[in-house]
Design a protein around this ligand. Sequence first.
Ligand SMILES: [Zn+2]
Length: 127
Amino acid sequence: MDVATLFSTISLAASNAKKVLEASKTLANAELKQLIAELAMQLADAKLQLAELRHELVRLQEANMNLTAKVEKPKPTMQWGCYKFDGHPGLYCPKCFEQEGKMHRTARAMNGHFYRCSVCGAMHPTH
Ligand SMILES: [Zn+2]
């Protein structure tokens, strides 16, 4: 199922709706009913196709979000028990990054034996 199929189904239904309108001036009731029945079927088809496309759209949006998250998440290296990111000065808390995806700076503590996260308070030993 694709957008082109749905588009052609709706185009067909729209042009048939015009035919029905024209025909209503001259055709007998039975013929009109036949045309209207065909039109109703085409619209039902379009509705089904649209439902499938909506489902596919949701699936693609989710896949896109996952891909975007993967691409945008920077890859850290370890230093002094903390994370270091290319292009970012300083060291960052691994706990905050892994659990919440947030980059929080750490600062030396306990005479330099630890790096302490200023947000979650986690202590990361430097050795
Ligand atoms: Zn933290």
